[in-house]
Write a protein that binds this ligand. Sequence first.
Ligand code: GRF
Length: 179
Amino acid sequence: MLAVLISGRGSNLQAIQENIENGVLQGNAQIAVVISNKAEAAGLAFAREHKLNTAVCPSEAAVLAELEKYRIDLICLAGYMRVLSRDFVYKYAGKIINIHPTLLPKYPGLHVHAKVLAAGDKESGCTVHYVDAGVDTGKIIAQRKVPVRLEDTPDTLAARVLKQEHILYPEVIWRLCKK
Ligand code: GRF
């Protein structure tokens, strides 16, 4: 069972749920709960419309308490804008993954598309990685690449990368869940 942690839009959550609803993700690869640190996260509205369990957990202690209610196999960070503590990561060691919109280890952190453009990189992409106590530093599981175009702005590049995120994240989740 999956816990999906969000803070905002929730388009990766949507991609995961669509793959569940159309039968690509099966068995254990079901969403037990969607947790947001922000009550106004658009992804929560989507989760409720799709009859998923939801929780608003502003603190890490609240997240831990919520997770205790389920048998969670995998915690999927999907635009979750909080860094998890060492204790949290230790407790769920090897069971927390994140998606990041660059080809890590390049450009961890924020404002990444502007950094890719400023550096003049010819390609970018997205990475799914295990979460450790650092920021976007855990072991890389898989990546997908996109070209960077001369006319790109941070927004156009973000949109191109996001399409690949929506393919990559469900693929990796399936790979980890079917084991
Ligand atoms: C994605 O670009 C993801 O890679 C990053 O935050 C964004 C979340 O988007 N970690 P969404 O909330 O899934 O639409």
